[in-house]
Design a binder for this molecule. Structure first.
Ligand SMILES: C[S@@+](CC[C@H](N)C(=O)[O-])C[C@H]1O[C@@H](n2cnc3c(N)ncnc32)[C@H](O)[C@@H]1O
Length: 135
């Protein structure tokens, strides 16, 4: 119940704050995403409303978004469609409980997410395992 409320609250506030933060980080994001390889398989962990999809190279062959907050999913899919990624795969799980395949992604993009310090090492190891290039 509390979790549902906090997720709703996040979705409500992030709908306003997200675009402000995104505007501030626009140049930096562009620079970072411009460095991504073409035709890559990309996993974004904590994709939110999908504000990063505007920077993902159009040639990306597979885009997977991990986002546990169900209040964000419609917006995330709308951003994906707007960016030309209608085939996005959405996983509505937390990173620490998701069973991501090993060596499946060329690049993992990770937002600051809520994990306990205890699970942080596991999460980092998991992310490293599912990225081919370690990017
Ligand atoms: C600061 S927001 C960033 C959203 C988006 N990447 C952006 O730049 O606008 C962090 C996102 O991570 C998600 N998140 C939080 N904990 C997570 C976890 N344990 N596993 C996966 N995603 C998580 C939240 O639901 C939230 O959408």
């Amino acid at each position: 119940m509390l979790r549902t409320f906090s997720r709703w609250l996040f979705s409500f506030t992030w709908a306003y704050l997200g675009p402000v933060v995104n505007k501030q980080l626009q140049q930096l994001k562009k620079k970072l995403f411009d460095d991504l390889p073409q035709n890559a398989s990309i996993l974004e962990v904590g994709a939110g409303y999908g504000s990063n999809f505007a920077f993902v190279p159009r040639t990306t062959k597979r885009l997977v978004a991990l986002e546990p907050n169900l209040f964000l999913i419609d917006g995330l899919k709308a951003s994906a469609a707007k960016g030309g990624f209608e085939n996005i795969e959405v996983i509505t799980e937390e990173l620490e409980v998701s069973l991501l395949p090993s060596n499946a992604f060329d690049v993992v993009v990770r937002a600051p997410i809520d994990v306990s310090v205890f699970s942080l090492a596991i999460v980092c190891a998991d992310l490293h395992a599912c990225a081919l290039l370690g990017q």
